[in-house]
Design a protein around this ligand. Sequence first.
Ligand code: BYC
Length: 326
Amino acid sequence: MYGNISIVDTPQQQVQEDPELLAAFEAKIARGEKIEPHDWMPAEYRRQLIRMIEQHAHSEIIGSLPEGTWITRAPGFKRKIALMAKVQDEVGHAQLLYSAAETLGKPREAMIDDLISGKSKYSNVFNYPAYTWADTAIIAWLIDASAIINQVTNSKGSYAPYSRALERICMEESFHLKYGYDNVVTLATGTAVQRQMVQEALNRWWRPIMHFFGPPDKASVHTEKLTKWKVKMASNDDMRQQFFNQYVPKILELGLVIPDPELRKDPATGIWNYGDPDWDEFKRVINGDGPCNAERLAVRRIAEERGRWVREALRKADERYVTPLA
Ligand code: BYC
């Protein structure tokens, strides 16, 4: 219970919804209308949205860390400025998304607590290290590209505050993608050492990027419900296929090798077939056992601790402002 809004925390806490209200809600969604925070919604719709938007917000804030470690080491002043702006944008996206999730009744403090205690998930990809400058280039090009595919699609979804946040985020992400592509092109058309560096980075990130779109549809837990309620506007496999369609030709054009010998488009169906990207690794990483999970959460815990006095000061100033003068 947060304030006067009761939040169902687990799917086990079944709520018997009023059938008339539920039917009206589903008809509204079927007509393509948006749901606003004050509108009636089923408890499960609220729970699913909080889960997904909160995970997305955490992904943005944790996602700023792998690239953030390169701000002090960026090759050249202009690239440093560009990277600083990108990292700042990602943190801003987290703010927009936490605000969107708050409209559903869960306070930001509770979301942050669930992140740093390890209760909430965030995107698998940010639990891997950025060893070289080329890793940052691959992140900014291909992870931002993957995020854009996901976000442009879901910005057409039913929950208005999430749609609005996604539209705004995508505008900034499209700059990130251009910045990342420019860095990859520089390396891929550079010296032999630079080409090797970017190829090795692609080898490291390809599998995590396959995982980014979520488990195969047949193993996805939430897709059916989220698609019915137009929160997810395409399945995990459909978005992964869209990524292949758009980016495999661009990667090959740069003379890079995709580290999956089985990746091939079936000319009859137009479907890309690919080798097993190791779904066991995906499960381990999203459940806390990736190469950098502990480090990422430790950084967030320190930030939370160090920022406590600022939040306290703001809260006190706020209280003083709203307390009527004696
Ligand atoms: N990573 O039933 P499924 C960025 C979990 S940041 C971790 O298919 P769903 C950027 C899933 O949560 C943008 N966990 O789930 C930032 C569920 O677990 P729970 C990040 C994953 O929700 C900085 C379980 O697996 N984008 O671009 O239907 C720098 C079963 O999965 C992942 C978003 O967050 C994963 N990849 O679909 C640069 C997008 N995949 O909750 C760039 C918002 C699945 O039952 N999220 N799981 O314990 C979504 O669109 C959807 O939640 C997903 C998964 C497509 C990711």
